[in-house]
Design a protein around this ligand. Sequence first.
Ligand code: PMP
Length: 386
Amino acid sequence: MKYANWMKNVGEGFIGEMLRAAQNPEMISFAGGLPALELFPTHELQDAFQKVFEEQGSSALQYSQTAGYPKLREWLASQHQRNERLARIQEVIITTGSQQGLSLLAQTFLDPGDTVFVETPTYLGAIQAFEGFRANFQMIPCDVEGIIPSELERALQHTTPKFLYLIPNYQNPTGKVMGLERRKELLKVAQKYDLLLVEDNPYGELRYEGESIPHLVELGEHVVYLGTFSKVLAPGLRVGYVLADEDIIMHLEQTKEGVDLHSNNLTQRAVYQYLKQDLLPDHIQKLRQVYDVRRKAMVEAIHTYLGEQIEMVVPSGGLFLWGKLSGVQDSFDYVEDMIKQNVLYVPGALFYADGRVSNEMRLNYSCSTPEVIEEGIKRLAKGLRK
Ligand code: PMP
């Protein structure tokens, strides 16, 4: 087949292998980023869909506006401050999950060979979305709070990227949080070099410790913010959004028109129906409680069964725990053994845009009960002993 050149390196790859392995009912998977299915507000969402059918019937099934259902856009705008005023509806576009937001941004901003700055390490799905538009990646050094402003400044002296992509809250994969001062420093550098920041925030509401910190988009200019209902409601809905300057939203709208005309009209209305009943805050409270118990169970099991073998970053929110294996060069080397032990993790190398070797691993704790987490960590310890 005459596929595009960049497809030459694309095969089923590791993720396909993991997904296949995860089908085994005996498998304990810490590999995905799945929210807990038993916590989805299924009945409330069913009622919301029902109501949309009853009250808006055919209009919910018709083609609709590319930028999204206006009432949902309005609701989202009302949730965000921008420079001491509320965001406006013209600054919001609904996307098919925030993954589509990443892809639309890439398609709208990148010419082949353009550089994108990313955190070290970063979200695998963002690497995939940007690679699709032939991006070059430059990884900016990070510390416990993420991007180091002086390192960013140093990189900007040599290279002009199209944007810097970052996840300031409970980063995927590391779980790190960027503090307020660091956010302000970063914005200062961005302003000095006219750098666009892409702030991805799927996990911000899943906070188990500490206070919420204002988003970059609320603190300064030149920020594109990506939000999603995937982690706080359900990922199968595929409802996300982008908040940015009106001009950027207009350009994204143009791109989206050619991609899918608009996101699912019925689902957008059902999500709005759910939101307007003000059910989300209590639901998020429940998620925080359950995930916090699971987070603690994983930390404890790691202490008990892996001890010195793993150096972990204990996250204060989100869905992931990031660990570094001692005495191991490449965490990929253990995947086959782990599959035999019926436990899965994601090797750290996948999160580095330069494909380097890594002795790290990402473990997800949200979709397993504390008992299953303990059993999974026991298996991991057994696999590592081999
Ligand atoms: N960004 C990050 C950092 C993520 O972890 C994810 C999902 N794992 C996404 C974006 C995509 O989320 P969705 O498309 O479901 O909104």
